[in-house]
Design a protein around this ligand. Structure first.
Ligand code: FE2
Length: 426
């Protein structure tokens, strides 16, 4: 007797009419038209079953703090950092924990079950670190929360920055972060990249740096990050987040840089919602979009994922833990509107993001964890277009969330009365 049998599901790879058998939290078989006894049997009605969403770049210590102590009026990254600096002395651990737990509730409801969150290590009290470690422990039964030691004020620029970051890692923070473009000089930025990659190599940890989150085309720390990843044998273990300066670089330099990134095995996370909001703020017209070169990086073989980055915090007032919103914005900003491009945007918030996070047991193949989401959509393009309703969310075979089908009932003369907005079945 199976624990769970799902029949008549569409899968992201285009297969339809598929069944998934689940036993002891794992997928035991994926095949068309399976028939077996199961404790729970679900007819997916042709809707899309996807591995759960993953957010490879978030700031959970700041989330849901919008308006505290005031709103970012200019909308710039720098006012956001200044505002966070005003808020930090006022923060209480229990409030931060409560906000993060509320966000994790939203995440589960959206089928988002793995989050990599940067956590600010700049203050010697390490209050955000302690709070997020507590959150990680509490949400462990339902969310994989990975923490990055993030020296928001610059690991070299702020007093005690290196020591604070090392202490955060000693406490159990998983990944080494950085912010080279915020250090005092380009040289200091490069030194910080070297120092932080060496720290990761010594400790056997992954690296994820905010890298060149600026419109300055001369901000080239991604080049140093790729070099250090290769020098220290960290291929496949390093991620560059944002990399927005690449948007403004000249094409000749980008044509040299992109193959170097590919060769180094460094992955890239773009944050479409935030990049389109924060970048280009110093421009008149035309205003730059400020997102990194997503399709070009993908074409070169670089693993590129999308993050949400911020939800209702000093940098961004929107969001609701919906990675399909990030994919939707990414698709538009990068003009990835071909069938291949749309599919790549869906992968950017699922498989590619899982790869950045080094998640084990991820996917819909036999032997993977039974952690997936049933979407009220027929295919990945439909899911992105609709930011589709999440009908059911399972983690390791256990149902965590459910929502009714969204149907608008119309009262029109001579027309079908139910509207679901999904693509016509073919
Ligand atoms: Fe960020």
């Amino acid at each position: 007797m199976l624990d769970l049998l799902i029949t008549n599901a569409a899968l992201p790879d285009g297969r339809t009419g598929m069944s998934l058998a689940v036993q002891a939290g794992r997928i035991t078989e994926v095949a068309p038209g399976l028939q077996a006894q199961a404790h729970e049997a679900i007819d997916a009605q042709g809707y899309l079953l996807s591995p759960h969403f993953c957010d490879p770049h978030f700031h959970m210590d700041a989330t849901l703090s919008y308006g505290l102590p005031r709103v970012n009026e200019s909308g710039t990254l720098l006012e956001g950092i200044a505002l966070w600096g005003e808020l930090k002395p006022l923060l209480k651990a229990e409030d931060m924990i409560e906000r993060a737990l509320a966000y994790c509730d939203w995440a589960v409801a959206r089928g988002l079950l793995a989050i990599r969150s940067h956590v600010d290590t700049s203050d010697p009290s390490l209050l955000p670190v302690q709070a997020m470690l507590e959150v990680k422990k509490r949400v462990a039964p339902y969310i994989d929360l990975q923490l990055v030691a993030f020296p928001q004020d610059g690991v070299l620029r702020s007093p005690g920055g290196v020591d604070n970051l090392q202490r955060a890692l000693d406490l159990g923070v998983d990944v080494v972060g950085g912010i080279p473009h915020f250090e005092r000089t380009m040289e200091q930025g490069a030194s910080s990249v070297r120092l932080l990659c060496e720290t990761a190599a010594q400790r056997g940890l992954l690296v994820d740096m905010h890298c060149d989150e600026t419109d300055d085309p001369m901000s080239r720390h991604i080049e140093t990050l790729a070099f250090e990843a290769q020098r220290l044998g960290l291929q496949g273990r390093v991620n560059g987040s944002h990399c927005t300066s690449m948007h403004s670089m000249d094409n000749y330099y980008a044509s040299k840089l992109i193959p170097l990134i590919a060769e180094s095995g460094v992955s890239v996370v773009a944050n479409p919602l935030i990049n389109i909001t924060l970048q280009g703020r110093h421009d008149t017209y035309p205003k730059r979009r400020g997102m990194t070169r997503v399709p070009e990086l993908m074409a070169a073989g670089v693993n590129v994922a999308f993050g949400h980055d911020c939800v209702m915090d000093p940098w961004y007032g929107g969001g609701s833990a919906d990675m399909l919103e990030a994919a939707h914005m990414g698709m538009h900003v990068a003009q990835m509107t071909s069938q291949k491009g749309i599919h790549a945007c869906f992968e950017a918030v699922t498989v590619n993001a899982a790869k950045v996070m080094h998640l084990e047991g991820y996917g819909l193949a036999q032997g993977c964890d039974a952690s997936f989401v049933l979407l009220q959509a027929r295919n990945p393009g439909d899911a992105i277009r609709l930011r589709a309703n999440r009908l059911k969310v399972w983690r390791k075979g256990k149902l965590l969330a459910a929502a009714p089908e969204q149907v608008a009932r119309l009262d029109l003369p001579g027309r079908p009365a139910d509207v679901r907005f999904t693509a016509p079945s073919r």
